[in-house]
Design a protein around this ligand. Structure first.
Ligand code: NAP
Length: 303
């Protein structure tokens, strides 16, 4: 029996783990992939106090090291279901079943796809969700980044170090990315393709071009590229929570109160899965609050 099972090993889950073990809770973090979450795909972070500018992978490594040193048990297992059993919860993975007095859901959000023709066909054959991991495959070649948020601008700027030409395709002529990134973009040699919506990915064995539609004139043009990085936002991974009866908002993020409590007593949520500003520092803060509240919940059940 665990006091708390934490689902997700990103910044929120690892912080929840650290706070839980410091309170002597028997805590387990379950993570399907490598611990570190979205940080593993982040180019650089420059708004996490105390670190100045740091690579996402490096910050992830430090989080995991800190959690392990603190005694957080992290298992690489994918969670398939969370069920209620009496006053407790049963978390099932492909390998095992864990009983817990409380649960912190910190499973984050995954990259949203465009849902256009050719996207599935050329995924991994020219299309990727991670410029950080895959741009090395396009050294000296033409790439495009799709999107207009922080992620897309960072990716485009990063790609200029490797690719011969970098296009940033955005469906409007204004970016939602933060001002400092927009200023950096202006200084870079990224070529802007604005007011253009991607309609289709084309190619043969691998991706060769993108069909784009002018959002005003509806005219289409084809842009020849070797690689495309899609950064059009995130979708929360909240289906397990929903099946447990946890309330979601209209965008499928988990609804929490200011203490990270969901509508199901004993179930807390933290990090990108709760929506909001989707920043590392916010995820860590939410993870800390969730663990403290899980501790109080467990103690109250014992009393
Ligand atoms: P985002 O802010 O949601 O931006 C998604 C972008 O994709 C938007 O520009 C959107 O266009 C565009 N888009 C969405 N659907 C599209 C479609 N079907 N076709 C074409 N374009 C489409 O996503 P994000 O950049 O991943 O950022 C997510 C959150 O993480 C934000 O809160 C961001 O601040 C945070 N973040 C922060 C950092 C950091 O270092 N501080 C880094 C990465 C992410 P519209 O603008 O027209 O809607």
């Amino acid at each position: 029996m665990h006091d708390v099972v934490i689902i997700g090993g990103g910044p929120a889950g690892l912080t929840a783990g650290i706070f839980a073990v410091k309170r002597k809770l028997n805590a387990l973090v379950l993570e399907a992939g490598e611990p570190g979450g979205q940080l593993l795909y982040a180019f650089w972070i420059e708004n996490y106090p105390g670190f100045g500018k740091i690579e996402g992978k490096e910050l992830a490594k430090r989080f995991v090291g800190h959690a392990s040193d603190a005694g957080v048990q992290i298992k690489k297992e994918e969670v398939h279901s969370i069920e209620k059993r009496g006053g407790n919860f049963v978390v099932k993975t492909s390998d095992a079943e864990y009983e817990a007095k409380s649960v912190v859901i910190a499973s984050g959000a995954k990259c949203r796809n465009l849902g256009i023709c050719g996207e599935n066909e050329y995924m991994g054959k020219g299309i990727s969700f991670s410029a950080n991991c895959d741009v090395q495959n396009f050294k000296g070649r033409k790439v495009a980044v799709i999107g207009g948020g922080d992620s897309a601008l960072k990716a485009a700027i990063f790609c200029t170090q490797f690719a011969s030409e970098v296009y940033l395709i955005h469906r409007r002529n204004e970016f939602r990315a933060e001002e400092s990134l927009q200023a950096e973009l202006k200084k870079s040699n990224v070529r802007l393709v604005l007011n253009m919506a991607p309609k289709e990915f084309k190619g043969d064995a691998s991706l060769e071009s993108i069909l784009l539609e002018d959002v005003n004139s509806k005219q289409t043009t084809e842009l020849q590229v070797d690689g495309v990085f899609v950064y059009v936002g995130n979708t929360p991974t909240s289906s397990l929570a929903s099946k447990l009866g946890v309330e979601l908002d209209e965008k499928c993020f988990i609804k929490v109160d200011s203490m990270q409590r969901t509508n199901v007593p004993g179930v807390f949520a933290a990090g990108d899965i709760t929506g909001g500003i989707l920043q590392v520092i916010a995820a860590c803060g939410e993870g800390a609050v969730a663990a403290v509240k899980a501790y109080e919940y467990v103690k109250l059940q014992k009393a």
